[in-house]
Design a protein. Structure first.
Lengths: 175, 157
Protein backbone atom coordinates (compact mmCIF):
# COMPACT_ATOMS: atom_id res chain seq x y z
CA UNK A 1 0.00 0.00 0.00
CA UNK A 2 1.62 3.26 -1.08
CA UNK A 3 1.19 6.75 0.33
CA UNK A 4 -1.60 7.74 -2.02
CA UNK A 5 -3.58 4.60 -1.20
CA UNK A 6 -3.13 4.87 2.52
CA UNK A 7 -4.06 8.53 2.69
CA UNK A 8 -7.64 8.16 3.79
CA UNK A 9 -7.55 10.90 6.38
CA UNK A 10 -8.28 13.85 4.12
CA UNK A 11 -11.30 12.40 2.29
CA UNK A 12 -12.64 11.03 5.57
CA UNK A 13 -12.29 14.43 7.22
CA UNK A 14 -13.93 16.34 4.37
CA UNK A 15 -16.80 13.86 3.99
CA UNK A 16 -17.23 13.47 7.75
CA UNK A 17 -17.47 17.23 8.27
CA UNK A 18 -19.93 17.53 5.39
CA UNK A 19 -22.12 14.70 6.70
CA UNK A 20 -21.92 15.96 10.29
CA UNK A 21 -22.77 19.52 9.32
CA UNK A 22 -25.64 18.46 7.08
CA UNK A 23 -26.96 16.18 9.83
CA UNK A 24 -27.04 19.04 12.32
CA UNK A 25 -28.66 21.80 10.33
CA UNK A 26 -32.46 21.72 10.22
CA UNK A 27 -34.37 21.13 8.00
CA UNK A 28 -31.57 19.37 6.06
CA UNK A 29 -31.03 17.04 9.01
CA UNK A 30 -34.52 15.59 8.44
CA UNK A 31 -33.05 13.60 5.53
CA UNK A 32 -31.32 11.40 8.11
CA UNK A 33 -34.65 9.87 9.07
CA UNK A 34 -34.44 8.10 5.70
CA UNK A 35 -32.14 5.50 7.24
CA UNK A 36 -29.33 7.95 7.89
CA UNK A 37 -29.20 9.03 4.22
CA UNK A 38 -26.85 11.94 4.91
CA UNK A 39 -24.35 9.76 6.76
CA UNK A 40 -24.54 7.06 4.07
CA UNK A 41 -23.98 9.87 1.57
CA UNK A 42 -20.96 10.98 3.61
CA UNK A 43 -19.41 7.51 3.33
CA UNK A 44 -20.14 7.53 -0.40
CA UNK A 45 -18.54 10.97 -0.77
CA UNK A 46 -15.42 9.86 1.14
CA UNK A 47 -14.94 6.93 -1.27
CA UNK A 48 -15.47 9.21 -4.26
CA UNK A 49 -12.77 11.60 -3.00
CA UNK A 50 -10.43 8.75 -2.12
CA UNK A 51 -10.77 6.78 -5.37
CA UNK A 52 -10.25 9.95 -7.39
CA UNK A 53 -6.65 10.08 -6.19
CA UNK A 54 -6.01 6.34 -5.96
CA UNK A 55 -4.60 4.06 -8.64
CA UNK A 56 -6.92 1.49 -10.22
CA UNK A 57 -6.91 -1.97 -8.71
CA UNK A 58 -7.84 -5.39 -10.04
CA UNK A 59 -10.67 -5.75 -7.53
CA UNK A 60 -12.70 -3.33 -5.43
CA UNK A 61 -10.93 -2.37 -2.20
CA UNK A 62 -13.81 -3.19 0.14
CA UNK A 63 -11.56 -3.55 3.19
CA UNK A 64 -9.93 -0.15 2.72
CA UNK A 65 -13.33 1.40 2.00
CA UNK A 66 -14.66 -0.03 5.26
CA UNK A 67 -11.84 1.65 7.20
CA UNK A 68 -12.46 4.88 5.30
CA UNK A 69 -16.15 4.66 6.14
CA UNK A 70 -15.44 4.11 9.83
CA UNK A 71 -13.10 7.12 9.89
CA UNK A 72 -15.70 9.23 8.10
CA UNK A 73 -18.30 8.18 10.65
CA UNK A 74 -16.07 9.12 13.57
CA UNK A 75 -15.32 12.57 12.12
CA UNK A 76 -18.98 13.00 11.23
CA UNK A 77 -20.12 12.11 14.74
CA UNK A 78 -17.82 14.67 16.33
CA UNK A 79 -18.78 17.31 13.78
CA UNK A 80 -22.51 16.66 14.22
CA UNK A 81 -22.25 16.81 18.02
CA UNK A 82 -20.22 20.03 18.05
CA UNK A 83 -22.35 21.80 15.42
CA UNK A 84 -25.65 20.69 16.93
CA UNK A 85 -24.90 22.38 20.29
CA UNK A 86 -25.20 26.02 19.11
CA UNK A 87 -28.05 25.07 16.78
CA UNK A 88 -30.01 23.47 19.63
CA UNK A 89 -29.34 26.50 21.80
CA UNK A 90 -30.60 28.74 19.04
CA UNK A 91 -33.79 26.74 18.55
CA UNK A 92 -34.62 25.93 22.16
CA UNK A 93 -33.25 28.82 24.19
CA UNK A 94 -34.19 31.95 22.28
CA UNK A 95 -37.96 31.59 22.17
CA UNK A 96 -37.99 32.18 18.46
CA UNK A 97 -41.53 30.90 18.13
CA UNK A 98 -44.58 31.14 20.36
CA UNK A 99 -45.29 27.47 21.19
CA UNK A 100 -49.01 28.05 21.76
CA UNK A 101 -49.33 29.52 18.27
CA UNK A 102 -47.41 26.57 16.89
CA UNK A 103 -49.69 24.14 18.73
CA UNK A 104 -52.80 25.81 17.33
CA UNK A 105 -51.34 25.80 13.83
CA UNK A 106 -50.49 22.10 14.03
CA UNK A 107 -53.90 21.19 15.40
CA UNK A 108 -55.50 23.06 12.54
CA UNK A 109 -53.44 21.03 10.05
CA UNK A 110 -55.41 17.82 10.77
CA UNK A 111 -52.30 15.86 11.70
CA UNK A 112 -52.38 12.80 13.95
CA UNK A 113 -51.68 13.67 17.63
CA UNK A 114 -48.41 11.71 17.50
CA UNK A 115 -47.24 13.87 14.60
CA UNK A 116 -48.15 17.05 16.48
CA UNK A 117 -46.14 15.88 19.51
CA UNK A 118 -43.21 14.92 17.33
CA UNK A 119 -43.06 18.25 15.50
CA UNK A 120 -43.43 20.19 18.75
CA UNK A 121 -40.64 18.16 20.32
CA UNK A 122 -38.44 18.79 17.30
CA UNK A 123 -39.09 22.52 17.31
CA UNK A 124 -38.76 23.05 21.06
CA UNK A 125 -35.59 20.93 21.32
CA UNK A 126 -34.51 18.81 24.26
CA UNK A 127 -32.64 19.76 27.40
CA UNK A 128 -29.06 20.74 26.62
CA UNK A 129 -26.76 19.36 29.31
CA UNK A 130 -23.19 18.07 29.22
CA UNK A 131 -24.52 14.58 29.96
CA UNK A 132 -27.00 14.76 27.09
CA UNK A 133 -24.28 15.98 24.73
CA UNK A 134 -21.93 13.15 25.75
CA UNK A 135 -24.64 10.50 25.42
CA UNK A 136 -25.51 11.98 22.03
CA UNK A 137 -21.85 11.77 21.01
CA UNK A 138 -21.63 8.09 21.98
CA UNK A 139 -24.83 7.30 20.06
CA UNK A 140 -23.59 9.31 17.08
CA UNK A 141 -20.22 7.53 17.08
CA UNK A 142 -21.89 4.12 16.84
CA UNK A 143 -24.59 5.09 14.35
CA UNK A 144 -22.40 7.24 12.11
CA UNK A 145 -19.63 4.63 12.00
CA UNK A 146 -22.05 1.88 10.94
CA UNK A 147 -23.91 3.90 8.32
CA UNK A 148 -20.86 5.70 6.90
CA UNK A 149 -19.22 2.28 6.53
CA UNK A 150 -22.21 1.02 4.58
CA UNK A 151 -22.20 4.19 2.46
CA UNK A 152 -18.50 3.72 1.74
CA UNK A 153 -19.03 0.09 0.68
CA UNK A 154 -21.91 1.04 -1.59
CA UNK A 155 -19.66 3.80 -2.92
CA UNK A 156 -16.79 1.48 -3.74
CA UNK A 157 -19.19 -1.02 -5.33
CA UNK A 158 -20.55 1.70 -7.60
CA UNK A 159 -17.50 3.89 -8.23
CA UNK A 160 -14.65 1.40 -8.44
CA UNK A 161 -13.08 1.11 -11.88
CA UNK A 162 -11.21 -2.08 -12.62
CA UNK A 163 -7.56 -2.04 -13.51
CA UNK A 164 -7.37 -3.16 -17.15
CA UNK A 165 -5.10 -5.97 -18.31
CA UNK A 166 -3.35 -6.40 -15.00
CA UNK A 167 -0.93 -3.60 -15.92
CA UNK A 168 0.91 -1.74 -13.21
CA UNK A 169 -0.81 1.47 -12.11
CA UNK A 170 0.56 4.68 -13.63
CA UNK A 171 3.01 6.59 -11.47
CA UNK A 172 1.60 9.55 -9.55
CA UNK A 173 2.06 12.94 -11.23
CA UNK A 174 5.25 14.70 -10.30
CA UNK A 175 5.12 18.18 -8.85
CA UNK B 1 -13.22 -12.69 -4.81
CA UNK B 2 -13.04 -15.58 -2.40
CA UNK B 3 -15.49 -15.35 0.47
CA UNK B 4 -15.54 -17.72 3.38
CA UNK B 5 -17.95 -18.15 6.22
CA UNK B 6 -15.24 -17.48 8.76
CA UNK B 7 -15.16 -15.64 12.08
CA UNK B 8 -15.86 -12.14 10.64
CA UNK B 9 -18.84 -13.54 8.72
CA UNK B 10 -20.39 -15.06 11.82
CA UNK B 11 -19.66 -11.90 13.82
CA UNK B 12 -21.48 -9.94 11.13
CA UNK B 13 -24.42 -12.32 11.27
CA UNK B 14 -24.50 -12.03 15.06
CA UNK B 15 -24.34 -8.23 14.95
CA UNK B 16 -27.11 -8.10 12.33
CA UNK B 17 -29.37 -10.33 14.42
CA UNK B 18 -28.62 -8.19 17.47
CA UNK B 19 -29.53 -5.03 15.55
CA UNK B 20 -32.81 -6.50 14.29
CA UNK B 21 -33.40 -7.87 17.77
CA UNK B 22 -33.13 -4.37 19.24
CA UNK B 23 -35.95 -3.24 16.93
CA UNK B 24 -38.22 -5.85 18.52
CA UNK B 25 -36.76 -5.59 22.02
CA UNK B 26 -37.77 -1.92 22.28
CA UNK B 27 -41.56 -2.50 22.23
CA UNK B 28 -41.24 -5.57 24.44
CA UNK B 29 -39.28 -3.56 27.02
CA UNK B 30 -41.76 -0.69 26.85
CA UNK B 31 -44.73 -3.03 27.25
CA UNK B 32 -43.11 -4.38 30.43
CA UNK B 33 -42.44 -0.89 31.70
CA UNK B 34 -38.68 -1.33 31.72
CA UNK B 35 -36.84 1.95 32.33
CA UNK B 36 -34.30 1.15 29.60
CA UNK B 37 -37.01 0.90 26.94
CA UNK B 38 -36.75 4.55 25.94
CA UNK B 39 -32.99 4.13 25.56
CA UNK B 40 -33.63 1.34 23.06
CA UNK B 41 -35.95 3.60 21.08
CA UNK B 42 -33.31 6.33 21.31
CA UNK B 43 -30.80 4.05 19.55
CA UNK B 44 -32.89 4.24 16.37
CA UNK B 45 -33.95 7.86 16.81
CA UNK B 46 -31.08 9.38 14.77
CA UNK B 47 -31.71 7.05 11.81
CA UNK B 48 -35.47 6.66 11.72
CA UNK B 49 -38.49 8.93 12.12
CA UNK B 50 -40.14 6.22 14.30
CA UNK B 51 -43.61 7.49 13.48
CA UNK B 52 -45.96 4.97 15.12
CA UNK B 53 -48.46 5.10 12.25
CA UNK B 54 -45.67 4.11 9.84
CA UNK B 55 -44.23 1.35 12.03
CA UNK B 56 -45.24 -2.22 12.76
CA UNK B 57 -46.47 -2.88 16.26
CA UNK B 58 -45.59 -5.68 18.66
CA UNK B 59 -46.63 -6.19 22.27
CA UNK B 60 -49.02 -3.26 21.83
CA UNK B 61 -46.18 -0.85 21.06
CA UNK B 62 -44.57 0.42 17.84
CA UNK B 63 -41.31 -1.26 16.84
CA UNK B 64 -38.07 0.64 17.32
CA UNK B 65 -37.91 1.44 13.60
CA UNK B 66 -40.43 2.21 10.84
CA UNK B 67 -41.69 -0.22 8.17
CA UNK B 68 -38.95 0.69 5.71
CA UNK B 69 -36.08 0.62 8.20
CA UNK B 70 -37.31 -2.70 9.59
CA UNK B 71 -37.31 -3.98 6.01
CA UNK B 72 -33.78 -2.67 5.44
CA UNK B 73 -32.39 -4.30 8.58
CA UNK B 74 -34.22 -7.56 7.90
CA UNK B 75 -33.08 -7.55 4.27
CA UNK B 76 -29.47 -7.01 5.29
CA UNK B 77 -29.61 -9.95 7.69
CA UNK B 78 -31.46 -12.18 5.21
CA UNK B 79 -28.91 -11.30 2.53
CA UNK B 80 -26.03 -12.25 4.80
CA UNK B 81 -27.69 -15.58 5.55
CA UNK B 82 -28.89 -16.38 2.02
CA UNK B 83 -26.04 -15.21 -0.22
CA UNK B 84 -23.66 -18.04 0.75
CA UNK B 85 -26.27 -20.38 -0.80
CA UNK B 86 -26.74 -18.26 -3.93
CA UNK B 87 -23.33 -18.49 -5.65
CA UNK B 88 -24.57 -17.28 -9.03
CA UNK B 89 -26.16 -14.14 -7.63
CA UNK B 90 -23.13 -13.58 -5.40
CA UNK B 91 -20.70 -13.95 -8.26
CA UNK B 92 -22.82 -11.67 -10.45
CA UNK B 93 -22.98 -8.97 -7.79
CA UNK B 94 -19.26 -9.14 -7.06
CA UNK B 95 -18.39 -9.10 -10.76
CA UNK B 96 -20.85 -6.30 -11.64
CA UNK B 97 -21.00 -4.48 -8.34
CA UNK B 98 -22.77 -1.43 -9.83
CA UNK B 99 -25.85 -3.62 -10.18
CA UNK B 100 -26.42 -3.04 -6.47
CA UNK B 101 -28.11 0.21 -7.52
CA UNK B 102 -30.88 -1.77 -9.23
CA UNK B 103 -31.92 -3.13 -5.84
CA UNK B 104 -32.49 0.45 -4.63
CA UNK B 105 -34.79 1.40 -7.53
CA UNK B 106 -38.00 -0.07 -6.01
CA UNK B 107 -37.27 1.71 -2.72
CA UNK B 108 -36.70 5.03 -4.47
CA UNK B 109 -39.92 4.67 -6.49
CA UNK B 110 -41.88 3.64 -3.40
CA UNK B 111 -40.48 6.55 -1.37
CA UNK B 112 -41.60 8.97 -4.07
CA UNK B 113 -45.14 7.57 -3.93
CA UNK B 114 -45.52 9.11 -0.50
CA UNK B 115 -49.31 9.12 -0.37
CA UNK B 116 -49.86 5.83 -2.19
CA UNK B 117 -47.33 3.41 -0.72
CA UNK B 118 -48.42 0.89 1.89
CA UNK B 119 -46.80 -0.69 4.92
CA UNK B 120 -46.09 -3.78 2.82
CA UNK B 121 -44.50 -1.85 -0.05
CA UNK B 122 -42.32 0.11 2.38
CA UNK B 123 -41.20 -3.05 4.15
CA UNK B 124 -40.61 -5.11 1.01
CA UNK B 125 -38.75 -2.42 -0.94
CA UNK B 126 -36.52 -1.85 2.11
CA UNK B 127 -35.90 -5.59 2.30
CA UNK B 128 -34.95 -5.80 -1.39
CA UNK B 129 -32.67 -2.74 -1.20
CA UNK B 130 -30.61 -4.05 1.69
CA UNK B 131 -30.45 -7.67 0.55
CA UNK B 132 -27.17 -7.34 -1.43
CA UNK B 133 -25.50 -4.83 0.92
CA UNK B 134 -24.47 -7.52 3.39
CA UNK B 135 -22.41 -9.12 0.64
CA UNK B 136 -20.13 -6.10 0.39
CA UNK B 137 -19.78 -5.83 4.16
CA UNK B 138 -18.88 -9.52 4.14
CA UNK B 139 -16.35 -8.89 1.36
CA UNK B 140 -14.81 -6.03 3.36
CA UNK B 141 -14.56 -8.17 6.47
CA UNK B 142 -12.94 -10.95 4.44
CA UNK B 143 -10.39 -8.58 2.91
CA UNK B 144 -9.52 -7.13 6.29
CA UNK B 145 -9.36 -10.52 7.97
CA UNK B 146 -7.20 -12.20 5.32
CA UNK B 147 -6.00 -9.50 2.97
CA UNK B 148 -3.46 -11.73 1.17
CA UNK B 149 -5.82 -14.52 0.09
CA UNK B 150 -5.48 -15.49 -3.58
CA UNK B 151 -8.54 -14.29 -5.46
CA UNK B 152 -10.74 -15.90 -8.08
CA UNK B 153 -13.27 -14.22 -10.31
CA UNK B 154 -16.39 -15.73 -8.75
CA UNK B 155 -17.39 -16.20 -5.15
CA UNK B 156 -17.10 -19.58 -3.48
CA UNK B 157 -18.04 -20.74 -0.06
Amino acid sequence: MNGAESNKLKPALIAGLAAGAASSIPPLSCLNVCCCALVIGGGFLAVFLWLKDSPRRPEPPYGDAAILGLLTGVFGAFAATVISVPINMLFSGMGWMDMSQLHEALEGANLPPEAVNMIEGFISGGGLTIGAILIGLVFNLVIYAIFALIGALIGVAVLHKKQLGGAAPPPPPVG
Amino acid sequence: MRLERNLPYWLLVGASFAWVGLVFLAPWARSRGWPGAELLYAVFDPVCHQMPWRSFAAFGQPLGACHRCTGLYTGFTLGLLALPYLPKLRGFLLERSRMILLFFVPLAVDAMLLGINTYLSRFLTGLVAAFPVGLFVWAAASQLYRPNLPTVSEGTT
